[in-house]
Ligand binder design. Structure first.
Ligand SMILES: Cc1cn([C@H]2C[C@H](O)[C@@H](COP(=O)(O)OP(=O)(O)OP(=O)(O)O)O2)c(=O)[nH]c1=O
Length: 195
């Protein structure tokens, strides 16, 4: 086993976030199916899926890295969990639901230290407030294609920044990884960080 780190994710946003803090890592997307179990809380869901993704990669016979990170993000609005929209129609419906109110973005992470056989997981929540959106704005935003692979049908780091009047909590958590909390866990597991 070597002293390297693998990000078990297909998300370009997560890759950018880890690169932003100067971490050295490779990327291996997992093939875990993202299903919601009945009566599962958002926190339980993102922790379960983060662990599934990290374990999927950590268990592969060709992985020699010591540490593996998995993650998952959902939007929670009026008690309802919103994942990625299936199509433009569902994206528009999600944006209508988010218009003019606050919602939570919940991201989970799981870090596996294969050498010490330790798993660390946590769910982090950020409150995001959207201004009122018009039907024309929703239609134009959906037509950009940006919502389609994003939980809750928007990207705060993209055009949807225009919709966000404020946030409470971690910004990077909304984009896909709670970097402040995650790096504390990485530090405890011996991952070499710039800071
Ligand atoms: C709310 C929000 C979500 N997102 C993205 C982050 C995630 O990529 C995506 C949620 O889907 P996820 O299922 O968490 O992640 P993923 O399928 O893209 O990648 P993987 O499972 O392989 O790690 O939504 C943004 O980029 N910006 C935002 O503002």
């Amino acid at each position: 086993m070597d002293d390297t780190l693998v990000l078990a994710s297909a998300s370009p946003r997560r890759k950018e976030l880890l690169a932003q803090i100067g971490l050295e890592f490779s990327v291996r997307p997992s093939s875990v199916a993202e299903t919601i179990k009945p009566a599962e809380t958002p926190g339980d869901l993102v922790i379960r899926l983060s662990l599934d993704k990290a374990r999927d990669i950590a268990g592969r016979s060709d992985i020699s890295a010591r540490w593996v990170i998995g993650s998952d993000t959902v939007v929670v609005c009026d008690g309802q969990i919103l994942g990625k929209p299936a199509d433009h129609q569902e994206a528009a419906a999600m944006l209508r639901q988010l218009s003019g109110i606050s919602h939570q973005v919940v991201s989970g992470y799981a870090v596996i230290d294969r050498r010490q056989q330790i798993e660390r997981t946590e769910a982090v929540s950020t409150k995001v407030h959207f201004r009122q959106l018009t039907e024309a704005e929703i239609a134009r935003y959906v037509a950009t294609g940006e919502p389609i692979d994003k939980a809750g049908a928007y990207a705060i780091q993209g055009i949807a920044a225009c919709f966000v009047s404020g946030i409470e909590g971690s910004y990077t958590n909304v984009v896909g990884l709670p970097l402040c909390r995650l790096t504390l866990a990485l530090k405890e597991l011996g991952v070499p960080l710039v800071i």
